[in-house]
Design a protein around this ligand. Structure first.
Ligand SMILES: [Zn+2]
Length: 461
């Protein structure tokens, strides 16, 4: 039997989740960035819970996630049943992996107190009606929701379903510890305007976006930027539609870069072949409009090319996460041609998750990212020097004299960031003096005391 060694932060998460249940929370939400190993973590919790004589159901909303969870349980030697369309149920197994749609249709077969624990994968979806039916039916069960982005697409939080939240490490911390690859993030000026795009189901209209991108500057740009920053290396290009993905693959192919597109209509053998070719480096660029939706466990690639504009933080971070699997000496390259990073933020940006969600007034606010005008590197807006090319940004004080609102907010955030980066009392005193405080020493002591009271201290990316 294989016993996985959980990483230190995963062990800590298991302990914190247990504490939350001991504190009488029935529903706990666990947040872990893409690539942090959430499937391994909940599989481990499932095994431990079942070993104590409990019945556990892992709920997923896509066939691929069902396969992924099932494979992860197999790796831990946890026998389990599957609840999915066109299959008969075997409820004698104490562990089940269920498609939420199928389970919701079969709830009349399942006593309300049957399951002791429900694990909800990709829990940011759990507001939808189907999930609600299952959660309300299994009233006796504890609930563990797992997600990288505990936020609904409308910016609301998940407090309706969860009363406690356990936060795993941030993407910056995972990167620092070597569990995610460091990345160069480049956001060249975009050649099309997302403000003209229609909205559908809470995101941009993909067929319209796909057409605009195929007609515009992004086509040429993605080839030239690939050549410049990733030449000869493997990459995934995220596209808007099957036609768009095929056009991009064709463009690379015609210009001597081995490329192919992959989509949901393809048979599994074909898809696995293309992914293996990409993994072996014989295929350089794989284009797709559905790779995230498919939940395919993608091989390690050197970069990702963002050609799919989105308004979903969750999708944004998942796309970038696809190229962050670490390897010795690897520095991933992220090429954003659609403005996602400026719209939704750098993947290392520290995000303040709460069960209440993003306050309404903050939802429309731009993230604190800026792009170097020389080399297009994206970085936290507090940086004075571009880490890639050394470009010096001019101080922004002048601009702030004549602008209110948005820029003032940016300024405040920068001030907070500067303060956050100060490690010692002396650093803080220096900031206090620079800001012309009457009593910088007293202020610095106050800030340090507040930090200690908070008990945790996270580094700014
Ligand atoms: Zn630069």
């Amino acid at each position: 039997m294989t016993t996985p060694t959980l990483r230190p932060y995963q062990l800590q998460a298991v302990a914190e989740i247990r504490q939350a249940y001991q504190a009488r929370h029935r529903s706990v939400l666990f947040v872990l960035p893409t690539g942090g190993g959430k499937t391994v973590l909940f599989s481990h919790i499932t095994r431990e819970t079942a070993a104590r004589g409990n019945r556990v159901c892992i709920l997923v909303h896509r066939a691929e996630l069902l396969r992924q969870a099932s494979a992860s349980l197999d790796a831990l030697d946890v026998p389990h049943g599957l609840i999915a369309a066109n299959r008969s149920m075997d409820l004698s197994r104490p562990v089940q992996v269920a498609s939420v749609q199928t389970l919701a249709r079969r709830l009349h077969h399942i006593p309300p107190d049957f399951f002791n624990l429900l694990v909800i994968d990709e829990a940011h979806h759990s507001n939808a009606g189907t999930w609600a039916r299952v959660l309300e039916h299994c009233r006796a069960a504890r609930v563990l929701g797992v997600t990288a982005t505990p936020i609904r697409c409308d910016g609301r939080g998940l407090g309706e379903w969860y009363s406690a939240m356990v936060l795993g490490p941030t993407p910056a911390e995972l990167t620092e510890a070597g569990f995610l690859a460091p990345a160069r993030v480049l956001a060249p000026p975009i050649g099309f305007d997302t403000s003209g795009l229609r909205r559908r189901m809470g995101d941009f209209d993909m067929s319209q976006a796909g057409q605009a991108l195929q007609a515009g500057q992004a086509m040429g740009d993605c080839l030239s930027h690939y050549r410049r920053y990733l030449d000869g290396q493997t990459a995934i290009a995220f596209c808007c539609s099957v036609a768009h993905a095929e056009a991009v693959a064709d463009l690379f192919q015609r210009n001597g870069v081995a490329a192919a597109s992959i989509d949901g209509r393809m048979g599994p053998a074909n898809r696995e072949y293309l992914l293996a070719e990409l993994g072996a480096g014989r295929l350089k660029v794989l284009t797709s409009c559905s790779l995230i939706g498919e939940g395919v466990d993608v091989v390690s690639v050197a970069g990702c090319i963002l050609l799919r504009p989105t308004q979903s933080v969750s999708l944004h971070l998942q796309m970038i996460g696809r190229c962050l699997r670490p390897q010795p000496g690897k520095q991933a390259v992220i090429l954003d041609h659609v403005g996602n990073i400026l719209r939704l933020g750098h993947h290392l940006e520290e995000r303040e998750w709460t069960l209440e969600g993003t306050p309404k007034k903050d939802r429309e606010k731009a993230p604190s990212v800026k792009v170097c005008p020389q080399c297009f590197a994206a970085m936290p807006s507090a940086r004075q020097t571009c880490p890639d090319c050394g470009h010096q940004f001019t101080p922004e004080r002048r601009e702030l004299q004549h602008v209110e609102g948005e820029l003032v907010e940016v300024q405040r955030r920068e001030a907070k960031r500067e303060q956050g980066q100060a490690q010692t009392v002396e650093d803080l005193i220096a900031i206090g003096k620079r800001r012309g405080m009457k009593n910088p020493r007293g202020w610095a002591r106050h800030v340090m005391a507040a930090r200690q009271a908070k008990g945790q201290w996270r580094k700014v990316a």
